[in-house]
Write a protein that binds this ligand. Structure first.
Ligand code: GUN
Length: 294
């Protein structure tokens, strides 16, 4: 048996087109500002890709570039100005931040209504309570992929591997809200292979290349790989040993071309959701609540 391959590029392209069409239909041009502090090369690539995708969707997007020497007070001043600017619907401060800037203080300074990363404690708390919230983009992307692949979540045994604040934890909350029976496993869990074999849905978000092996996967299970790692030869690879697991799984995401493309598509979706909420666009012009709830 060979697994169905879940095509994240195709699902992401469809979502980006849908977001652009919804923005046009509501007559709303969402405003997004990406803040990049310093000159980390990987961050520069991510920021360029976010800027380009938002432009292609018809958003009013700009990148604010600040030097690596920027202090915390200056960055907080920039955020205060963006919070106060009515044309700005979404603020994304690219992480990691350089120097002695406290990441937590910066995230907490962002207006929660403009927090399109879903990192602000108010949005984290709302998600934990099962309330509508701006949700981190990668976990939102995973849920979109599962929905597009028609994976039934109600009552299903889902295993989340990894407990990071922007990966495993919000994923566990989203799967719980979708009525799955969720296990959140991590580096201190006993017998990860046995936990995995019990699961009908396995979501790997550990940051450890090729950690999930073929014989961990129950026949027919759905495997979602959130990992973005480099192997010994420098090639992009996930947290799942893909060549082994593809023969056991019922459906699986590749790396690259699985979860990765969904993250930017969901950033656009979050920005549109924030714009509609902030501008009080008529409910009748919005899509059904299903597409906006956590
Ligand atoms: N750096 C790596 N991933 C992310 C992300 O999703 N959001 C932000 N703001 N920075 C990141």
């Amino acid at each position: 048996m060979s697994a169905r391959i879940i095509d994240g590029r195709a699902v992401a392209a469809a979502l980006r087109a849908e977001v652009a069409a919804r923005a046009a239909a509501t007559g709303c041009t969402p405003g997004l500002v990406v803040v990049l502090v310093g000159d980390d090369p990987a961050s520069a690539v991510y920021v360029r890709n976010k800027d380009r995708a938002a432009r292609e969707a018809g958003f009013a997007v700009r990148t604010v570039r600040l030097p690596a020497t920027t202090g915390e007070a200056a960055l907080l001043g920039t955020i205060a100005a963006l919070n106060a600017d009515p044309a700005v619907d979404g603020i994304l401060v690219q992480l990691p931040l350089p120097g002695a800037i406290r990441t937590g203080a910066v995230i907490e300074a962002i207006d929660p209504a403009k927090d399109v990363d879903g990192f602000h404690p108010l949005n984290v708390g709302r998600l934990a309570r099962g309330e509508a919230a701006l949700v981190p983009c990668t976990p939102r992307g995973v849920m979109r992929l599962l929905a597009a692949s028609e994976v039934a979540l109600r009552g299903a045994r889902a295993l989340v591997l990894g407990r990071s604040a922007i990966g495993g934890r919000p994923l566990a909350a989203l799967l719980t809200a979708a009525d799955a029976t969720v296990t959140l496993a991590h580096s201190q869990s006993r017998d990860l292979p046995a936990e995995c074999r019990r699961a009908e849905i396995v979501i790997a978000a550990t940051g450890r290349a090729g950690m999930v092996r073929g014989d961990w996967i129950a026949p027919g299970a759905v495997v979602i790989d959130v990992g973005i790692n480099r192997d010994a030869e420098g090639r992009l690879c996930g947290d799942v040993a893909y060549a082994e697991c593809v023969g056991h799984a019922g459906a699986i995401t590749p790396v690259p071309g699985g979860v990765g493309p969904m993250t930017i598509a969901c950033l656009l979706e979050n920005t549109l959701v924030a714009a509609i909420a902030r501008r009080g666009v008529q409910k009748s012009e919005q899509r059904p609540a299903r597409s906006q709830s956590p």
